[in-house]
Write a protein that binds this ligand. Structure first.
Ligand SMILES: C[S@@+](CC[C@H](N)C(=O)[O-])C[C@H]1O[C@@H](n2cnc3c(N)ncnc32)[C@H](O)[C@@H]1O
Length: 257
């Protein structure tokens, strides 16, 4: 049997059922190339949850997305990200108006350099049925770096945009059903045309990508497809089951090629 590759005491290419703050504490300083975090946005918190008129359009209201000490929680996991990121490494953090300003402030305070924020414009997002707000149709992604030698694969950027550098906007439909065959997660990110591109833009082959909030494993699957290593943490076992099923599919596709 092939020997397992380790980073500190953590195995590469494995999802750990563990709080990501504890998990990342087990990784050495300055040891990883890219961190792609899709954290709780705290939409479930009191005051943040938008009521819609139709139940089928109700916003995410999961226990894991309802955090009382949100500032402290974010600062803890972002501090670990800052510590484990190598010089030249990148941190990508997803968010909406509920968390992105706070995370941006904390990332900046920790001394990482915010290079840009990407916008994901979801062309088929649900309408605002109350008519009291515009229909939410974007999510934001902060790209921050450590040191000056960051990875941005311009050749790849050109290859996905007709020979020109990309703009900092991704315009796609929401996560398609075809990516949900292994089971459903309430906030599964899109793989094709979004996560796959972000990983290829901000890391190189064989790099180590840390996924603190694994959910159904989109970032892990796309890391495998792009020949990167991953380390992932997730607290909810049923989501890990979905993610592992998706990884099995990705590995079997790789073998078939
Ligand atoms: C926004 S979802 C990530 C979805 C993922 N990008 C996908 O495509 O499936 C956030 C996930 O973080 C998990 N989570 C929440 N707090 C956590 C923590 N402290 N450590 C690890 N995972 C956590 C939740 O169970 C949830 O599945």
């Amino acid at each position: 049997m092939a020997e397992k590759e380790l980073l500190g005491s953590i195995e590469l290419n494995r999802i750990y059922q563990r709080d990501c703050i504890e998990g990342m504490r087990m990784l050495p300083n300055e040891s990883v190339d890219l961190i792609i975090a899709d954290p709780p946005y705290n939409i479930g918190a009191k005051g943040n949850h938008i009521k819609s008129e139709e139940k089928r359009f109700s916003a995410i209201k999961e226990e894991w997305d309802t955090i009382d000490n949100f500032e402290e929680f974010n600062l803890k996991w972002l501090t670990e990200c800052h510590r484990i990121l190598r010089n030249g490494g990148s941190l990508l953090v997803w968010g909406s108006r509920h968390n992105i300003y706070l995370c941006g402030y904390q990332i900046d305070s920790l001394g990482l350099q915010i290079k840009t924020h990407y916008t994901w414009y979801k062309t088929n997002s649900m309408p605002c049925l109350t008519g009291r707000n515009p229909s939410e149709s974007t999510e934001q992604l902060i790209w921050a770096t450590k040191g000056s030698n960051w990875t941005y694969d311009l050749e790849y950027a050109k290859s996905i945009n007709g020979g020109k550098n990309i703009r900092n906007v991704f315009m796609t439909t929401q996560t398609p059903q075809s990516e949900k065959k292994a089971g459903k997660h309430p906030s599964q990110k899109r793989g094709e045309g979004l996560t796959d591109m972000l990983i290829r833009l901000h890391s190189r082959e064989n790099d180590i990508v840390v996924v603190p909030f694994c959910g159904s494993g989109t970032e892990c699957v796309e890391a495998v497809r792009a020949s990167r290593n991953f380390i992932a943490f997730e607290t909810e076992p049923s989501y890990i089951e979905i993610a592992n099923k998706r990884l099995d599919i990705a590995h079997s596709e790789e073998e078939a090629e």
